[in-house]
Design a protein around this ligand. Sequence first.
Ligand SMILES: C[C@@](CO)(OP(=O)(O)O)[C@H](O)COP(=O)(O)OP(=O)(O)OC[C@H]1O[C@@H](n2ccc(N)nc2=O)[C@H](O)[C@@H]1O
Ligand SMILES: Nc1ncnc2c1ncn2[C@@H]1O[C@H](COP(=O)(O)OP(=O)(O)O)[C@@H](O)[C@H]1O
Length: 274
Amino acid sequence: MLTFPNAKLNLGLYVTARRPDGYHTLESAFVPLPWCDALELVPAPANQSSSLALTGRPIPGDPATNLCLRAYELLKADFPALPPVQLHLHKIVPIGAGLGGGSADAAFALKLVNSEFDLGLSEDALESYARRLGADCAFFIRNQPVLAVEKGDVFEPLDLNLKGTACAVIYPGLHISTAEAYGRITPRPPQHELRAALAQPMATWRDTVSNDFEEALTPHYPVLGEIKQLLYAAGATYASLSGSGSAVYGLFSGHETVPSLSAKDDYLLWTGLL
Ligand SMILES: C[C@@](CO)(OP(=O)(O)O)[C@H](O)COP(=O)(O)OP(=O)(O)OC[C@H]1O[C@@H](n2ccc(N)nc2=O)[C@H](O)[C@@H]1O
Ligand SMILES: Nc1ncnc2c1ncn2[C@@H]1O[C@H](COP(=O)(O)OP(=O)(O)O)[C@@H](O)[C@H]1O
């Protein structure tokens, strides 16, 4: 069975408090971004152990700790009769980009195992497993626009339809670890009421929808500000850092395609429709 784990974008992100467990409370809109990896699962012979083949973009860290295998092992602990599996991940979405690529792989691995072996787990149950693998992992179970609160793992419905909006995402090749990014933040109340701001026309978002990581990280990584300016100069209606970076995206309201961009050759560029 083959699936295509997609990335996500954050529309606005406010880090509002530090929690006793060391995590942070946040408020952010998550929307699916159709920039995808490919993840395949094939049952393995019973006498073999589970394995993960990796191709495409290199992933830092020991493959044994890859989130795809950790997702399988989490389910195996509760369903000991699960046969071993051969997983193959072809990595395309950049890592440490604020696009949630690793979390998506983990969530899609949970969904794959559930479907392939008819475990009968509901979406609520899959979300509970996903929360144990990463804060934003549960988003990718239902994979619909939501307002994320608490650790970014509790979701409220959000009436936001960006389907068909032209979008450009630029990744400058800078791996910013999520933990480092949170370490640079001083929590504070939201600058605007996010749900109300997103209900207004996209042209107003430039003044009302912001990402706290952008303010905290841009002084250390000026390239983030340069890319945002490049997107606005190309006609973006709204541009922002996604998550904890370093990918910066632009949304082009009313455009059927993204205008040509003069991004540097060594930047990674994705363009398409949401
Ligand atoms: C910042 C966000 C915004 O959508 O996305 P990314 O930029 O990573 O895509 C998320 O909060 C990232 O969630 P996720 O990447 O799943 O985080 P985890 O793996 O659970 O945690 C990595 C580290 O980030 C910090 N962390 C994460 C989530 C949170 N609400 N508070 C935190 O302080 C902790 O230091 C934690 O050890
Ligand atoms: N399948 C995976 N894809 C990407 N990263 C993974 C994966 N499994 C584990 N990781 C680890 O998760 C870290 C960040 O993952 P990712 O979700 O891509 O970050 P971000 O959301 O900040 O872009 C990486 O440093 C990597 O070591």
